[in-house]
Design a protein around this ligand. Structure first.
Ligand code: MG
Length: 409
């Protein structure tokens, strides 16, 4: 089953997506996601100029061989651009293989290990009454686990907080990437944040009781000792996880955090290979793997990371905000359903325009996702709808401290 053609489609329905569509001589098509939020055209160019020409004529069934060829053959290994491009090829080939088999992809990964995939949603608020409203709204939508992010007194713009309730006044969807020629500037004060966050969790627990799983994202902003203090101060509120408490590239930082707190730790959305996790998994310094299938070399590589993590009772928490396209999301869901060490899946609903461009078979019901039973990934791309929404420059924000110093965002 030879590859006849491969096309890179950059579209911007609601936001930018980089999609690879591979077509075989038999007429089967497969989709892969290479979206790298804020740096989309780098991944698109890598695919178009350096990967697509190498795919033509290859056997579409040889997924592992093609993965190794693209990874080892480039000589320049790892990195988000390379690994997003490889991920797109890997997922598109899995899509084709499952379509050829006439099965939903999860069946080729070992079949279902559970009935549904527990998802967590993003609640946010500018103050405590707003966060309580936002949690209520997510409970009404069916979510069984909820991430809590709030504004901090004294800080003007904080990660994870919607600027205002969306249409209807009840949704607090947070979307950090902004369509503009330059990135937005936010501000940061760690001491104010450390004082405020425990009061937020106190209010949420008082309102909603002890059962509801609650999550929080520190977004890489703390030093190890600051993160240790936050983890300790949140212990009474029984978090499902504290995410990205320190900058992820410093694996040693988690050792100090771990010594001081039993709050479960999740990290890895900026990682792109198993090597980024070696210390963290072997020394059991984390509880959840946060990588995206889209940024980590695809289903083949992500499954290897999660199989390694399973030996240490570390579970999955696959990255799934709206900058993962419906194609990348579907890939995550098939893997979530099949693996044994599933933890939880991040899920933000895509906008209506995105859902017109990407027709999807996956569902969200009573707090659980399911990839559906269509052969392959269960996602089809409407090329005409995609063409109606061309690429628009957009960036993630950046942070400055009060004195003007750039801080981690
Ligand atoms: Mg995060």
């Amino acid at each position: 089953m030879k590859i006849k053609s491969a096309e890179v489609i950059v579209s911007s329905p609601d936001r930018n997506f980089v999609t690879l569509q591979i077509t075989t001589e038999d007429g089967l098509t497969g989709l892969g996601d290479a979206t790298l939020n804020g740096r989309e055209l780098a991944a698109a160019a890598y695919l178009e100029h350096h990967v697509v020409p190498l795919l033509i004529g290859r056997d579409a069934h040889r997924i592992e061989d093609t993965w190794q060829f693209l990874y080892r053959g480039a000589y320049w290994r790892r990195g988000p651009v390379t690994m997003a491009a490889i991920a797109a090829v890997d997922v598109a080939l899995w899509d084709i293989k499952a379509k050829a088999a006439g099965m939903p992809l999860y069946q080729l990964l070992g079949g279902a290990s559970r009935d549904g995939i527990r998802a967590y949603g993003h609640a946010s608020g500018r103050d405590i009454p707003e966060i309580l409203d936002s949690v209520r709204e997510h409970l009404e939508l069916g979510y069984k686990a909820i991430r809590i992010q709030t504004a901090v007194p004294g800080i003007d713009a904080v990660y994870g907080v919607a600027a205002q309730p969306s249409a209807g006044g009840t949704r607090y969807d947070y979307e950090p990437a902004q369509r503009a020629a330059l990135p937005a500037e936010e501000d940061w004060d760690t001491r104010a944040y450390l004082r405020h966050i425990p009061t937020v969790f106190e209010a949420v627990r008082n309102e909603f009781g002890p059962e509801l799983p609650l999550l929080h994202d520190g977004h890489h902003r703390m030093t190890p000792i600051e993160a240790a203090r936050l983890g300790k101060s949140l212990e009474p509120y029984d978090l499902f996880w504290l995410e990205d408490c320190t900058p992820a590239e410093n694996q040693d930082a988690l050792r100090l955090v771990r010594q001081h707190t039993t709050t479960p730790l999740a990290i890895g959305e900026v990682f792109n290979t198993v090597f980024d996790y070696q210390t963290l998994i072997r020394e059991q310094l984390i509880d959840y793997v946060r990588s995206a299938v889209t940024h980590t070399g695809g289903i083949s590589a992500m499954k290897k990371i999660l199989d390694y993590a399973a030996q240490y009772q570390i579970k999955s928490g696959i990255h799934g905000p709206t900058d993962i396209s419906p194609v990348g999301m579907a890939a995550a869901l098939h893997l979530d359903l099949a693996i044994h060490n599933f933890g939880i899946q991040e899920y933000m609903r895509h906008g209506d325009l995105t859902n017109e461009v990407f027709q999807q078979s996956f569902s969200f019901k009573d707090g659980y996702l399911h990839p559906g039973e269509q052969p392959g990934l269960g996602v089809e791309l409407d090329l005409d709808a995609a063409a109606a929404h061309p690429y628009t420059p957009a960036y993630l924000p950046f942070n400055r401290l009060k004195d003007g110093t750039i801080h981690d965002w």
